[in-house]
Design a protein around this ligand. Structure first.
Ligand SMILES: Nc1ncnc2c1ncn2[C@@H]1O[C@H](COP(=O)(O)OP(=O)(O)OP(=O)(O)O)[C@@H](O)[C@H]1O
Ligand SMILES: [Mg+2]
Length: 251
């Protein structure tokens, strides 16, 4: 029997910020290749802190992370950056080149893509996130709207074709049509996905499994239909039923 290695493994992860805030307190979970998993939890529960560990931007205070079967240590840092594509909660933290075209091209260029292949990759990911290349390639990144910035940041990560996509609040600030497009896009992508979100309707639609974190600990995990329809569980952890399940008398 073939042994399938996990796309991502997090074991007993602890993280304290330099000011002493204990943001992660012994968190463990695994993602299997191709899985799409939601990470839900109230404000300040540690979701973004966790995601920043997954390609090595933060180093655990204690615990172990492996990506693609390799330990995330100094020797595998470059591999992890390539393997895990992280889209930040705040797109302003991600965009740094003057124009949209340069920003999206930056990653694949560093991976050796050039010329027509590079231009084609950039156009194709802009199309995927619903930003018409002819209108957006030359736009200045800094004066885009927040929703446009979010989509450029996602395009920049998709352009690197990572094995694992880690998205922090991807639908926050998107208009309804852009959110719908994002849901369709994420559903169609073959990559393993971990999506931190307060949009539990999105979680229900695209993620087969949901993890709930509170105060830096995993407090529940299971199939999304089960976790996200459990009103008592959600309310115990500061969350609410997805809107599409609200009004159902049996819940
Ligand atoms: N740079 C920092 N220095 C000190 N504490 C921090 C820092 N960044 C975050 N924290 C704290 O770490 C904890 C976890 O924060 P984090 O941003 O990971 O939460 P979150 O679950 O992503 O919240 P949200 O839903 O609001 O995005 C919070 O208590 C937060 O105040
Ligand atoms: Mg966050």
């Amino acid at each position: 029997m073939a042994i399938v290695s996990e796309a991502l493994t997090v074991e007993e992860l602890y993280y304290n910020y330099p000011d002493g805030t204990a943001a992660l307190r012994g968190l463990s979970f695994k993602l299997m290749p191709g899985e799409s998993v939601a990470l839900a939890g109230p404000n300040g529960s540690g979701k973004s802190t966790l995601l920043l560990h997954l390609n090595g931007l933060l180093r655990p205070s204690r615990g172990r992370i492996a990506v693609g079967g390799k330990p995330l240590d100094a020797a595998h840092q470059a591999f992890a950056r390539r393997y895990v594509g992280l889209v930040f909660q705040n797109p302003e933290d991600q965009l740094f080149m003057p124009t949209v075209g340069e920003d999206v091209a930056f990653g694949p260029q560093n991976l050796g893509l050039a010329g027509e292949k590079l231009r084609e990759r950039v156009r194709s990911v802009l199309d995927q996130v619903g930003l018409e290349p002819a209108r957006f390639l030359e736009r200045q990144s800094f004066n885009l709207s927040i929703g446009e910035k979010k989509r450029v940041a996602l395009a920049g990560v998709l352009a690197m074709e990572p094995e694992v996509l880690v998205l922090d609040e991807p639908s926050a600030g998107l208009d309804p049509r852009s959110r719908r497009r994002l849901i369709r896009l994420l559903k169609d992508l073959p990559q393993t996905q971990l999506v931190a979100t307060h949009d539990l309707d999105l979680a229900l639609e695209i993620c087969s499994r949901t993890l709930i974190v509170e105060q830096g600990r995993l407090v529940a995990e299971g199939p999304s239909e089960q976790i996200l329809s459990d009103r008592v569980l959600l309310e115990t952890h500061g969350l609410e039923l997805p809107l599409c399940l609200m009004g159902r008398p049996d819940r």
